[in-house]
Design a binder for this molecule. Structure first.
Ligand code: BES
Ligand code: MN
Ligand code: ZN
Length: 507
């Protein structure tokens, strides 16, 4: 879909459908809807007056304009109550409207962001609208061979600004930012949706390499002998049950000054989690192709950071392997010596994510990071605690947590903090090694994070557990069910905010 921003009169614009908004409770059309209403003989006003269209959030009506204006149709979209309106709702409104327009087999649309009252900055408004439309229209069709499933698609979305608008440049920038970020989310969703047999550690590394090549990023994928040399025996232990070779994927985007310390992003890259010898029940095991969602989010984030030219140095580390119960698989009772030297007793081979992250976090220390953020589908316990709407956040640095919370509020990718209290360290003490890889069911998300903490040293660090929101079984307003790409928008927003803040402090 092409996204463009144009100026001009709505009534004269040549497109298949014009999209305008209306607040619930407003008696008459406002903003762009009011303008069009005047040109169309009160067509929209009548719809509202008769009560056929109330402006209820996510509702919409289509009217046919006859010869009165250039576009044959107008879609009026419900914005909900004015006092409850925000950019998160706007994303949903544009998603739902775009989905309906696609269902009508309409191939292009033009939309106005003039809803009568300008409450939010135009740049952010444009970004939210375009993101909503793009994210809501996502489909994973790689394996669909029947034409029916591919047929309708929207080729063009135009945002129309008033010719006398002073914010035109801002709207353009907002729309461009949205396009880059949405494509990065698409990239993450595609990686996650692809079945594990077609998304092995090797293939994931190749995809990351392709992205790096297109954008001139530093890229390396360490193979097993290289990891052996580094002493990454926890990662290699998990990999032993699989015939696929593990990879440690490294991506580097250097948009900052030469010696700016980087933000290091570490993403769990289990391309399939069967549980290993402590095998999972077969019901829903298919969903475990999504156990590399953290890695996919890191790849998407670095891609977008490069395209947005964010003036920061960012490193991505993705430990990638399958967790399978092969003949050489690691077993409960095994003790693994990590790269840091700490030993871990394996109580359950299904608690593999923390093992591969332990070595990846130690490796992260080599970059003298300004901050480390890891993102992982780490624990079922987090899904039990927070459901599929929230990411669990734990970490050692209040400032970093605050910044992530802010990015979460801006993007709608919600995080909720769980405590990292040392009282629970007791639960991961081992009789035979330094620590063990599970602390039992109680507080499972916290004990997993406490294990990770042991591998971070003193760097400001935050851990994001995305086990809930990574893969959705039901549609959300602008996230179709399936892989959500969660984390990409959050991390990009965090990086954008951080680069702006550092510009202010070192002019
Ligand atoms: N990848 C899973 C966690 C998960 C569960 C993600 C459900 C998404 C949805 C992780 O590797 C795992 O299996 N964790 C175990 C840990 C337990 C054995 C201590 C879990 O949560 O059951
Ligand atoms: Mn597991
Ligand atoms: Zn896992």
């Amino acid at each position: 879909m092409d996204i463009t921003v144009k100026t001009g009169g709505l009534a004269d614009f040549d497109c298949k459908i014009l999209l305008v908004g209306h607040f619930e409770g407003s008696k008459t059309p406002e903003g762009a809807a009011h303008l069009l209403d005047k040109k169309c003989d009160g067509l929209i006003g009548e719809l509202i007056e008769e009560g056929d269209f109330t402006g209820e959030l996510y509702s919409s009506s289509v009217v046919y304009t006859g010869e009165s204006i250039r576009s044959r149709r107008i879609m009026i979209a419900g914005l909900g109550k004015k006092e409850e309106f925000n950019l998160e709702r706007l994303r949903g409104v544009f998603s739902k409207a775009a989905q309906k327009i696609r269902d009508l087999n309409i191939t292009n649309l033009a939309a106005s962001l003039d809803f009568g009252e300008a409450e939010f900055p135009v740049r952010e408004t444009a970004q939210a609208a375009v993101e909503g439309a793009m994210l809501g229209l996502y489909r994973f069709t790689r394996y669909k061979t029947l034409k029916k499933d591919k047929e309708s698609r929207i080729d063009e979305l135009t945002i129309i600004e008033n010719p006398d608008s002073s914010g035109l440049e801002d709207v353009r920038e907002g729309a461009e930012t949205a396009e880059i970020i949405s494509r990065a989310v698409y990239c993450a969703r595609d990686l996650v949706s692809t079945p594990s047999t077609d998304m092995t550690p090797g293939i994931l590394a190749e995809r990351a390499g392709d992205i790096a090549k297109e954008r001139n990023l530093k890229f390396e994928a360490l193979d097993e002998p290289a990891m052996k040399k580094l002493g990454m025996n926890a990662l290699l232990g998990v990999a032993r049950g699989s015939a696929e070779e593990a990879k440690l994927i490294l991506l580097e985007y250097n948009g900052g000054k030469k010696d700016d310390r980087p933000v290091v992003l570490v993403g769990k890259g289990i391309t399939f989690d069967s549980g290993g010898i402590s095998i999972k029940p077969s019901e829903k095991m298919d969903e475990m192709k999504s156990d590399m969602s953290g890695g996919a989010a890191v790849i998407g984030t670095i891609k977008a950071a490069a395209e947005l030219k964010i003036p920061l140095n960012v490193v991505g580390i993705i430990p990638a392997t399958e967790n399978l119960p092969g003949g050489r698989a690691y077993k409960p009772g095994d003790i693994l010596e990590t790269m840091s030297g700490l030993t871990i007793e394996v109580k359950n081979t299904d608690a593999e994510g923390r093992l591969i992250l332990a070595d990846a976090l130690t490796f992260a220390g080599r970059y003298s990071p300004a901050a480390i953020i890891d993102i992982a589908t780490l624990t079922g316990a987090c899904v039990v605690a927070l459901g599929d709407y929230l990411t669990g956040m734990m970490g050692t640095d209040s400032d970093l947590k605050e910044k992530i919370r802010n990015a979460s509020d801006t993007t709608g990718e919600k995080v909720w903090e769980l405590p990292l209290w040392h009282e629970y360290d007791e639960l991961i003490k081992s009789d035979v090694a330094d620590i063990k890889n599970t602390g039992g069911r109680a507080g499972g998300t916290i004990t997993a994070a406490l294990l990770l903490k042991r591998f971070v040293n003193d760097y400001p660090w935050v851990h994001l557990d995305i086990a809930g929101p990574a893969l959705l079984s039901k549609d959300k307003p602008y996230i179709p069910k399936g892989a959500s790409g969660v984390g990409v928008r959050l991390l990009i927003q965090f990086l954008m905010d951080r680069s702006r803040a550092s510009n202010v402090s070192n002019p």
